[in-house]
Design a protein around this ligand. Structure first.
Ligand SMILES: [Zn+2]
Length: 183
């Protein structure tokens, strides 16, 4: 990226960030400057994306909310009721746990890159770290790796997800065979 392109992207990022929900960082305390810490990492991740991924991200205009109930990171998609005849409006919110105030910058970067990769890949909500579909999670980690970041899941965590996935599938097929026969 040239210096001019970098400047332009930073302007886009700043504009997007300044339109964030009021109170999104209400969990911030005197000891922990959550917004400043997250914003630095967010800029790092967004500057690392190729143009096409960044364009997708900007079009989605996700809102960022930092709140204590978030499981590390989660994406939710809300349909806003609109006037009859209008298309529905969608707001995507990425939640982050305020616990990241105590995390290393590296750990936070991996999480942000992972959540943003879900958005860019168009994975619809809800997406909660640690509870995703194994294929979506794999694709998401590959995407964030393509931007130069380490995967959010360790090999062990990936194995656990794969095991859950197999059990889920086995559970679903059992339910099917036990269920009522279709006429
Ligand atoms: Zn995920």
């Amino acid at each position: 990226m040239s210096e001019a392109e970098r400047e332009e992207r930073l302007e886009d990022i700043e504009y997007w960030w300044s339109g964030g929900f009021q109170g999104a960082f209400a969990a911030e305390s005197r000891a922990e400057f959550l917004e400043a810490k997250l914003y630095e990492v967010v800029k790092r991740v967004l500057l690392a994306m190729p143009e096409e991924d960044f364009e997708v991200f900007l079009l989605l205009r996700p809102q960022i909310v930092c709140q204590p109930l978030a499981v590390h990171g989660a994406i939710w998609r809300y349909a806003i009721p609109v006037m009859p005849g209008m298309k529905e409006a969608i707001v995507r919110v990425v939640y982050f746990t305020p616990a990241f105030g105590k995390w290393s910058a590296d750990r936070l970067t991996r999480l942000v890159a992972h959540e943003f990769a879900h958005l860019v890949l168009g994975h619809d909500s809800p997406h909660v770290t640690g509870h995703g579909d194994i294929h979506a999670e794999e694709a998401t980690d590959r995407k964030s790796e393509s931007w130069g970041f380490r995967a959010a899941y360790s090999r062990k965590e990936r194995q656990e997800l794969a095991d859950h996935h197999r059990q889920d599938k086995a559970g679903r097929s059992r339910t099917r065979t036990r269920g009522p026969r279709r006429a």
